[in-house]
Design a protein around this ligand. Sequence first.
Ligand SMILES: [Zn+2]
Length: 112
Amino acid sequence: MPTDNEMIAEARARLSAERAKVVDELEMLNARLETKGDYGLGEGDPMIYEWEFNLVLRERAEQHLTEIDQALEQLDTGIYGRCERCGNPIEPERLAVLSHTTLCSKCAQRRR
Ligand SMILES: [Zn+2]
């Protein structure tokens, strides 16, 4: 069993790596979204769908970034890895896949 400190250090490294990836993604999406004017897009243009798709992706990436920042904050305050709904520890396997989650698998399933 890894100690709490090891777990926290690992989670922090994972979250930082994930954060860098999302920031890259956001920059790429922002660059793509900025080119809208150059195409002179009109209503019904197939390119507009791709543009709108990028807009949705950007919203998702921004949401993801907020969640990662929240998780990093929780690491600092020592409440990382606790389910915000039931207060039980979140399964380590779940955190390994979804480092930024704030719900245990039971509560996450209940939310759906
Ligand atoms: Zn829970």
